[in-house]
Design a protein around this ligand. Structure first.
Ligand code: PHE
Length: 446
């Protein structure tokens, strides 16, 4: 396509959009249910470890490739792969990213659809039979229709473009989300009986840390929550100018993402324990929070109506800014790879992803398997590919990462060595333990 590439209007606009990508259902819904499933604080500690030692380096790798190439993932990898070992075969990694984007947005929209519905229902008040209710609305035509509504809004924003769509929405949505999350966490702190929730959330039972499954889950969660391993951050960075300080930005984005996840735990666990609903989430599954929280809100009377509404609004807002970034990966691939104009790419790709969501909307098992495949295979595998690419293939990554930062290089030398050695070793270990089980879960569907 002729003409110059779209740009963010401001540095803050980019950071808000990237934080908006990272902060979403992953922080609130997935983080809480994974933490509940894995026994509380030990999981949180592991997840924090992955965020710092693996997430931040890969975040900076994506920012560096994206800004340096000024291209969407497939072309970006082709750009830096040229004349290097592997050459244009590196494009394949970009193709995997776009595929991952398709898979994730398709089921992400379905979960976002549930939250949208719950925000509306909170206003009239949740019934006490929330368990049965979730069973009724989580699958089938109902689930699909709310998914369609959510996707239509997502498509409309992406269609408007980087600065007048994505950036404008993020600049409003992120501060609003933060106010909501802090407000609800403060409200939860006033509840009698909530302290058992804090104890559960914050006292580590480190016996759990050594279970392979918990480690694998923490790794997948770190990638998902930070939007890493599928080119979302890379794509956003491709609209950046060269005077941005990428190392600093990667720290800010990761810290904000962890901060919101941590706050989400401070809302969810006291709410659930105060109403004595912890049984609902032990051995937690995808739907647990959608059962336990409405029950909790229903038990709080009028206050529950208001807080429940605000809680699900926060979820919808977070989901929206994340879904935008997922769709943008696919849409930018259509623009750069197929030469389509943005509006056309947004609509064609958006409608295709929405239609694909039917599989998850009609079968919650499919949704769960897609989530497992996306996180444990695609994102972790994509992260491994990125680490190897920047660590061993790309020319002068330190120079590129340092542009606009210009600080001491020692941190970047550490960064590059993490990408070369520690990150690949850890991710290969994770894949080694997760791939067989993930493939089995796919086979079980048939
Ligand atoms: N990070 C988003 C969340 O936490 C999900 C996401 C994953 C977005 C991958 C983009 C890419 O909800």
């Amino acid at each position: 396509m002729a003409g110059s590439r779209e740009r963010w209007n401001s540095k803050a606009g980019f950071v808000f959009a990237a934080v908006g990508s990272a902060v979403g259902l992953g922080n609130m819904w997935r983080f809480s249910y994974m933490t509940a499933e894995s026994g509380g604080a030990a999981f949180v500690a592991l997840y924090l470890g992955f965020t710092v030692l693996v997430g931040v380096p890969i975040m900076l790798a994506e920012l560096t490739i994206g800004r340096g190439s000024g291209k969407s993932p497939i072309q970006a990898l082709a750009h830096y792969g040229r004349d290097r070992l592997g050459g244009s075969a590196w494009k394949a990694l970009g193709v995997v990213f776009v595929l991952a984007g398709f898979i994730i947005i398709s089921y992400y929209g379905v979960i976002a659809g549930w939250t949208l519905r719950y925000a509306a229902e909170a206003l009239v008040g949740f019934g006490s039979d929330a368990g049965a209710h979730f069973g009724e609305i989580s699958e089938g035509l109902d689930a699909f229709l709310f998914h369609v509504v959510f996707m239509a809004v997502t498509i409309a924003i992406v269609r408007r473009g980087v600065s007048s769509g994505i950036e404008r929405v993020s600049l409003v949505a992120m501060p609003a989300l933060l106010v909501l999350v802090i407000g609800i966490a403060l409200y939860a702190a006033t509840l009698d009986g909530g302290s058992a929730g804090y104890a559960y959330y914050l006292n580590a039972d480190f016996a759990n840390v050594f279970s392979t499954k918990v480690v694998v889950d923490a790794a997948g969660q770190a990638f998902f929550s930070l939007s890493l391993g599928m080119g979302a951050i890379l794509t956003y960075a491709s609209y950046l100018d060269r005077d941005n300080n990428l190392p600093a930005q990667s720290g800010v984005i990761a810290a904000s993402d962890f901060g919101v996840a941590f706050l989400a735990g401070l809302m969810v666990f006291p709410l659930i324990f105060a109403l004595g609903l912890e049984g609902e989430v032990s051995g937690s599954t995808i739907g647990a929070l959608f059962v336990a929280l409405p029950k909790a809100f229903a038990g709080m009377g009028a206050a529950g109506q208001v807080v429940g509404f605000l809680f699900f609004v926060a979820l919808v807002v977070g989901a929206l800014t994340s879904a935008i970034s997922l769709l943008e990966v696919v849409v930018s691939a259509g623009m750069d790879g197929l030469g389509w104009e943005r509006p056309r790419s947004a609509i064609v790709m958006g409608v295709a992803a929405t239609a694909m969501g039917a599989a998850s909307a009609w079968n919650i098992k499919v949704l769960g398997v897609m989530d497992g495949v996306a996180n444990n295979l695609f994102l972790v595998g994509g992260g491994l590919g990125l680490a190897l690419f920047v660590g061993w293939i790309m020319k002068d990554p330190i120079e590129e990462a340092n542009e606009g930062a210009g600080g001491s290089r020692i941190w970047l030398v550490i960064w590059l060595n993490l990408l070369r050695f520690a990150v690949p070793i850890v991710l290969i270990w994770v894949l080694w333990h997760s791939v067989p089980e993930t493939l089995r879960s796919v086979a079980d569907l048939f």
